[in-house]
Design a binder for this molecule. Sequence first.
Ligand code: DGL
Length: 272
Amino acid sequence: MALIGVFDSGVGGLSILDEALRQLPEHDYIYLADSANAPYGEKSSEWIAQRSLSICKHLVDVGCDAIVVACNTATAKAIAHIRNELPNTPMVGVEPGIKPAAMRSENGIVGVLATQATLNSDKFNALLATLPNHCRFIKQAGAGLVPLIESGHANSEDTLELLAKYLEPIQDAGADTLVLGCTHYPFLRKAIRKLLGDSITLIDTSEAVIRQLKRQLENQGVKTPDKSSDHHGSVHFVSSKDELKLLAMAQELMHSDLESHAVDAALLGSLQ
Ligand code: DGL
């Protein structure tokens, strides 16, 4: 069994933790939400790299065997730096699923909703450059959406209004596929469906990210117990802002049955 650290600027990475608990429920998890500093998407590259590294170092110090950087923005801006500084810790990042989207799209028109920092990053643009150019990507930054989700308003009128503005150019271009390029955005599925209907394909990469985590753990010799074992590990929620609110949002946003895990919550102290 392993202790796995999952971190995001806030509650977005809960969409990744949810999938981790579905595929790998036997492990213990620390979910760290840096909500005091969300959104990361409008911060400088240097700030994101430094803060993400401090958080990952903290997760290693408290005993994590592996880390999931459950934030597209931190992955884009910081994962190379973190891997350099923590070479012995298996590290899995999250990237917008533009490759699976290009494969799934029938008309070759794909919307990508992500933070400005992700869309501007070298990592994202390098990934984009590897894709066949028969596919057209309509890139849209979702400024303002993360704070609405952080404050529990994923389905509010304000969110619908802002989303409608961002989805308009994607809809006008005729996209048949939309990449949810920020881990907060899977929590907007309902609102997106309300605006765009059921025919658009929504792509998020949480399933593939956790399959990758599983491979990395196996490479480290961490065995996945056979399916007959119904041991469920613990989940320790840590927030830099409000741990009880984080716990309440996890209970509200996640599909996993948190009651089958030992769950607790704590406030994050200051990091170096
Ligand atoms: N959940 C994040 C991401 O996947 C971060 C968004 C933000 O803090 O701006 O990009």
